[in-house]
Design a protein around this ligand. Structure first.
Ligand code: FE2
Ligand code: FE2
Length: 267
């Protein structure tokens, strides 16, 4: 089976209402105006969608940060680009990122939740995460770790009850490859993950990875793509990087005997 993995398109725009200047959205808007819009090119996401439609994988996975400040207009901008993929018969798994869960403002939360339902054609809902889904010969564990956080940090939080749920599923007999989909990487080897961008509470998941109860983590958040490997060289964590910054995505083939093969594709 073939999976295509992309992440972090970061569509953006100006403040959509005056209240945005009183919550964290102004940070996202400021960042977009002076930094992100020069780095992230949505036409690269268009190219990614065209490429995915041309190679027809069994499933496509987007590990979040569709937006910069989680505002409805930003979701709408990226929705239009993803629409042909969503309307194809290729199942799409989308896990929101910290920028999609940026603030508690009800209209922003609603836009994010609507996006989860829309892109999955109703197979996922934000409130049911963590949830699991078998698609084309692999089992996907969909885990949300993104929550609104303070002004200066982009922390992620993995709740204890969510880790326990994943742990319970992982102890069942494994008949298919198991893939965890999360915006945040589970490992902290990348320097930017150590302080302002880190995840809390993933210890149990790291243990399941070590025991190979879970085979692979698909994640984003770090904008430069990278792989984490086991001691024998096999990859157990794939960070796709930002599709609109690097113009790349990752193709993963899983053979009938459960071997993973990874290919970074420059668009
Ligand atoms: Fe990001
Ligand atoms: Fe992120």
């Amino acid at each position: 089976m073939k999976i295509v993995h992309f992440s972090d398109p970061h569509a953006g725009g100006g403040a959509e209402d005056w209240m945005a200047y009183f919550d964290k959205r102004w940070v996202g808007v400021f960042n977009y105006r002076f930094r992100r819009r020069f780095r992230h090119d949505l036409s690269k996401l268009e190219r990614a969608v065209a490429y995915i439609l041309s190679i027809r994988p069994d499933v496509a996975v987007c590990t979040g940060d569709l937006t910069s400040a989680g505002q409805p207009g930003e979701f709408e901008r990226v929705r239009q680009v993803l629409e042909p993929l969503r309307n194809s018969d290729i199942p799409l798994i989308y896990m929101p990122g910290n920028h999609d869960c940026y603030v508690k403002r009800p209209k922003c939360v609603k836009a994010m939740k609507d996006m989860v339902e829309y892109l999955s054609c109703g197979r996922s809902s934000f409130d049911s995460f963590p949830s699991r889904e078998t698609v084309a010969g692999a089992e996907f564990y969909k885990l949300n770790t993104s929550r609104p956080s303070n002004l200066l940090c982009s922390w992620g939080f993995l709740y204890k009850e969510d880790a326990e749920k994943i742990s319970g599923w992982s102890r069942e007999e494994k008949t298919l490859p198991r893939i965890l989909v999360s915006h945040y990487p589970m490992t902290e080897d990348h320097p930017i993950l150590r302080i302002r961008h880190r995840l809390f509470g993933q210890k149990k998941i790291l243990q399941l990875l070590e025991e190979e109860k879970i085979d692979l983590v698909l994640c984003g958040h770090v904008h430069k793509p990278y792989f984490q490997r086991r001691a024998d060289g096999r990859i157990f964590e794939c960070c796709a990087g930002s599709v609109t910054r690097n113009g790349s995505l990752v193709e993963i083939n899983i053979s009938a005997d459960g071997k993973f093969d990874f290919k970074t594709v420059e668009l």
